[in-house]
Design a protein around this ligand. Sequence first.
Ligand code: KG4
Ligand code: ZN
Length: 343
Amino acid sequence: MTLILGLESSCDDSAAALVTGDRRILAQAVVGQNSAHAPFGGVVPEIAARAHVEVLPSLISQVLEEAGVRPNELDAVAATAGPGLIGGVMVGLLAGKGLALAANKPLIAVNHLEGHALSPRLTDPDLAFPYLLLLASGGHCQLLEVRGVGEYRRLATTIDDAAGEAFDKAAKSLGLPYPGGPAIEALARDGDPKAVPLPRPLVGSSEPHFSFAGLKSAVQRAVAAGTHAPADLAASFQQAVVDCLVDRTRRALGDSAAPALVVAGGVAANGAIRAALEQLAADNGRSFSSPPGWLCTDNAAMIAWAGAERFAAGLVDPLDAPARARWPLDPTAEAARGAGVKA
Ligand code: KG4
Ligand code: ZN
């Protein structure tokens, strides 16, 4: 059975995992860097890259040892080659190249977004192509029709902030720690989602895209006004994000006949968001799938799995594969009007 080592280092999580072609995760390890970045209130690229240099090699030895696997027993080494913070991407990609070279195994240069996009198929063997994917993370918010490995049609993207970024900034204004998503979700449990009136940008629009900047500013103003309880602010903010995601996804269902709706990426770890999208899928006669929470946030199992899918399709990469800060899944998609682009 195919055996793939996956490496992830595109943002602030260093991770390694061993995954088989028949969906077994033999070992995995993730080390986050929250405490290193906390004093700065966001991810500092230089600090992130240095931290990957320090921890990634020991994570690799750890997963190989735990699974009792020697490098020459691997079928391929899959490493995130972008998009992301370029310094960190270079660290993980070069580690992958070194291993592939030393073990004389093929390298698979994985698009981090493809890692998220294919992650639901690691834990849901029944999820077949095509599916409509809501990919919501700290850096991206997109609707994609996933037609196959390496085959994506982008239906929508955000014209300003990503959904996770909105969670992180709303959390910061509430004095909550980074990453903001889990903190807001926890606080929202004690709040009233109707307490604070907040905007739902682009809801009901005939345009396909997302927008969260106006919501983020509105919640910052509402916090500054000091008239609402933090739990009510968190619950109302989360409800506004749910409403935006559901409305935009409902619109996209009209553009895709895919039988399944899938949500993945860090924001998909949110219980309220998962529940609302599951209901949307049921209301529209589509099946629903979402990876477990630990597979939604950044990890290397999804990179190894994307590697396994690409390996099965005969897609391997040369050792001079580049590290890419930007790397769209659908290179034919036009820039969204309003997204810093002249119409
Ligand atoms: O996929 P991910 O780990 O990294 C990127 O590729 O960006 O996503 C991280 C994002 C952060 O913005 C974080 O606040 C958000 O996912 N997130 C959540 C939850 N857990 C993580 N957002 C809402 N609710 C959560 N439970
Ligand atoms: Zn990610």
